[in-house]
Design a protein around this ligand. Structure first.
Ligand code: ADP
Length: 513
């Protein structure tokens, strides 16, 4: 090998580690499906398949006015949602900061703060005296306001309006909360303040996405999040949720929404090949060996995997392959290279020409950069834009970033994002197969459901903003379930899922009261 051949070999080898053959994808989907069935049958599996006690899906004709409280991110939100009954809604909201002191102090103090915020919201956004039907807040008695709580932490749900907090995540560690019913903690805080607010429903954000898409889009079979993390909730036949066989809720027949917690697929490391770049991320994460699937897919992690690839090329021996061996504080910092940088790089590459490609991205041929003056002028313009982004976002001096460096960073970004999107498609395909809407490629049998339009509601910055993410997810569906089914899959954003979904869930809860 000459030196330049060595460099090419290193890139080709990394590229190879991120590829899946169609046969491997089919095989992994079969294992994903198996994990679904195991999780539906029993408790305490990584693929938790949590029954949500949501037993109906809206169709857009629902009406009413509800409050929603959304806790799970940096900000807490209180919303008033008015469902107009014609697939449209109006939402008024206010965000409130949750300080570190509240996140880590006594649970009662945190829940008192939530109640105070709802109180402040009601004062600053008084309910309209009438929404046409004289029934603001759909109250049975004139002064009770119904509220749905979107709580994006692991809970063991036992009814629509109760669930035990299993663990805190995302920097929360409030004391005396774990093991308690989150709805009761909140209701007790409302009651301590003599507020006329009743929390009637507890909702996961994926379920919220499913319900809100069903309301605005006239039905929905899967709600999926591709944001900071990834997860999906889908509509399952109750008879398939075998672990509810001894629960009164399980014997009624009909359907129930199941929160898959699919981010935990591959926690056993037996399904997906991981690269040294994945392993480095996992080892330094706060939850090594957990959420393995999520770590290959979601916004919190893709930048870090890409950063690990880039640093390995900066450090390559005997000769640096990237940035002349230099780095910057941003590139050196764990989590310093955000997934939105990758998006920025790909957007710069596409520019106004917007090559409506599929996200496919071959390895850069390094020999082409031995004579940069001979590069195609369009390619050169694209690479110059990428170089400008790297200078701006990573803090490099212009002279430290060559066009070859720009080509390598763009390749590494789309390599990691493409694997993420293919695996996202694999999760969606698993739900299509599980619900009888598709048959896994190469297997016998026919789908039992053949709707003209299969509706999937999605939320999250990755699917909303990452160039070609949905195209690549669809490429995966074509491989796994065929083009005929893929064409019928309608993927739409479930905007305000946590607010509207909580309202819809509250509506369902009061119908069941
Ligand atoms: P959440 O899932 O917390 O509700 P988001 O859906 O906005 O919030 O997801 C945030 C994640 O998305 C972050 O990990 C961030 O890195 C990533 N992200 C933010 N902007 C973009 C973008 N333009 N393209 C791709 N990923 C992005």
């Amino acid at each position: 090998f000459s030196k330049s051949n060595d460099a090419q070999y290193i890139l080709d080898d990394i590229h190879r580690q991120f590829q899946f053959s169609p046969e491997a994808m089919v095989d992994i989907t079969g294992q994903f499906l198996h994990e679904f069935k195991v999780g539906l049958g029993d408790y305490n599996h990584p693929m938790a398949m949590i029954p949500t006690f949501v037993t109906g899906v809206p169709n857009g004709t629902e009406t009413g006015t509800f409050l929603a409280l959304d806790l799970g991110g940096t900000n807490m939100r209180v919303c008033e949602v008015v469902l107009h009954g014609d697939t449209t809604f109006t939402l008024r909201q206010q965000k409130y900061k949750v300080s570190d002191a509240l996140k880590t102090g006594e649970a009662t103090v945190l829940f008192d703060y939530l109640a105070d915020s709802v109180d402040a919201f009601l004062t600053s956004h008084p309910p309209p005296s009438s929404h046409g039907n004289g029934d603001p807040f759909s109250q049975p008695s004139p002064d009770v306001v119904h509220l749905g709580l979107t709580f994006s932490f692991p809970v063991e749900q036992t009814a629509l309006d109760s669930g035990k907090i299993l663990t805190w995540t995302k920097g929360f560690s409030a004391k005396h909360a774990i093991g308690n019913d989150v709805v009761k903690l909140l209701q007790d805080a409302f009651d301590r303040k003599h507020m006329h607010v009743k929390c009637v429903a507890l909702v996961n954000d994926t379920v919220g996405a499913l319900l809100s898409r069903a309301y605005t889009g006239g039905g929905c079979m899967l709600g999926a999040i591709f944001g900071t993390g990834t997860n999906g909730a889908y509509v399952e036949d109750l008879s398939n949720i075998r672990k509810l066989a001894n629960d009164p809720a399980g014997t009624r027949g009909g359907i129930m929404v199941v929160n898959t917690e699919w981010g935990a697929f591959n926690n056993t490391r037996s399904h997906l090949p991981s690269t040294p770049f994945d392993n480095a991320l996992d080892r330094l994460s706060i939850n090594p060996r957990f959420q393995a699937f999520e770590k290959m897919i979601s916004g919190m992690y893709l930048g870090e995997i890409t950063r690990n690839i880039l640093l390995s090329l900066v450090d390559a021996a005997p000769k640096a392959l990237l940035f002349g061996g230099k780095t910057t504080p941003t590139l050196n910092a764990q989590w310093g290279f955000d997934t939105s940088f990758m998006s920025g790089v790909e957007e710069a590459w596409e520019g106004k020409e917007s090559d409506k490609g599929t996200g496919a991205n071959p390895v850069p041929q390094l020999s082409a950069f031995d004579h940069p003056e001979k590069l195609d002028s369009t390619v050169k313009a694209r690479l110059e834009r990428v170089r400008a982004v790297l200078v701006k976002d990573l803090g490099f001096k212009e002279a430290d970033v060559s066009l070859r460096d720009a080509a390598i960073v763009r390749w590494a970004s789309s390599l990691v994002a493409r694997r993420a999107a293919l695996l996202s498609g694999l999760a969606v395909a698993t739900v299509l197969i599980q619900t009888g809407r598709a048959v896994l490629s190469g297997q016998d049998g026919k789908p039992t459901k053949n709707e003209p339009r299969i509706s999937v509601g999605v939320d999250g910055s990755l699917i909303e903003f990452y160039p070609h993410f949905e195209d690549t997810l669809r490429e995966s569906l074509r491989i796994l379930v065929g083009e005929e089914v893929e064409k019928r899959v309608n993927i739409g954003m479930a905007k305000d899922g946590s607010g509207v979904g909580a309202a819809l869930c509250a509506l369902q809860a009061i119908k069941q009261l």
